[in-house]
Design a protein around this ligand. Structure first.
Ligand SMILES: C[S@@+](CC[C@H](N)C(=O)[O-])C[C@H]1O[C@@H](n2cnc3c(N)ncnc32)[C@H](O)[C@@H]1O
Length: 236
């Protein structure tokens, strides 16, 4: 596959179909397992409770949905939605090993989910917003799906100011560690996409403004991992 084009839905979908079999392993290798801690931060903000209906948008292989499904028992339900079939197949395999979890998976576009308005008590998007063709539209759809007062967490790479030391370190990490490691798995172009996708990703303060414009009553972008990652904490 040639290089992927950030913002082009077909190209992005194709990328995630291609990397799905290696996605979880590379996530663990490239973050030294730290992505689990950052995902835990998203769950802490969401503060899931038994009985709730929660949504994991751009769920991929289902890391967050699987944890959330434990927390909403009894009486709750979690839906994981992703546009690509390959990661969803892996998510389904994982949840089949825990058939007691109240969990469903659905193919769908985060920009036009087709789900009912105000039908969720909370939602997460991890490393998904950056991949959408329109982040503002993604936040608007997220807001539409949440009941008033519901919380959401949007976890992703942070986009630091281009001339900052944090941005320099991020470029070094992406170019000298991420792409060479992905090359070992035959996926250098797919992981070079990460840096490209960050160039068009809104900064934390921009995300806060977009979320307010989408109707969220509270929007705070918190830095994680010395500014390499960020979490947008939202209340609908
Ligand atoms: C980097 S992965 C993140 C997966 C998972 N949330 C995690 O944190 O491990 C991004 C996911 O977003 C999905 N995605 C990209 N564009 C999407 C869209 N328009 N609607 C729904 N999912 C989308 C991809 O298929 C991919 O599985």
């Amino acid at each position: 596959m040639g290089s992927s084009r950030p913002g082009d839905p077909a190209s992005v979908k194709q990328l995630f179909e291609a990397i799905a079999p290696r996605y979880d392993l590379l996530n663990d290798l490239l973050s030294l397992g730290l992505h689990r801690i950052w995902k835990r931060e998203a769950i802490l903000w969401l503060n899931p409770e038994p009985g709730q209906r929660l949504l994991d948008l751009c769920c991929g292989t289902g890391d967050l949905a699987l944890v959330l499904a434990q927390k909403v028992r009894p009486g709750g339900h979690v839906l994981g939605m992703d546009v690509a079939a390959a990661p969803l197949r892996l998510a389904l395999q994982r949840s089949a090993r825990q058939p007691w979890l109240p969990l469903g998976w659905q193919r769908g576009d985060a920009l036009a989910t087709g789900l009912a308005e105000a039908s969720f008590d909370g939602a997460v998007i991890a490393y998904g917003l950056r991949n959408l063709s329109d982040a503002a539209a993604g936040l608007a759809e997220l807001h539409r799906l949440l009941r008033p007062g519901a919380r959401a967490a949007v976890l992703d790479f942070n986009r630091p100011p281009a001339a900052s030391k944090t941005a320099f370190l991020q470029r070094q990490y992406l170019r000298r560690l991420v792409v060479p490691t992905a090359r070992l798995f035959g996926l250098p172009d797919q992981y070079a996409y990460l840096e490209q996708s960050l160039l068009r990703f809104p900064s934390g303060p921009e995300q806060e403004r977009l979320a307010a414009a989408a109707g969220f009553s509270h929007a705070r972008h918190r830095l994680l991992a010395a500014g390499q990652m960020g979490i947008l904490q939202l209340v609908a």
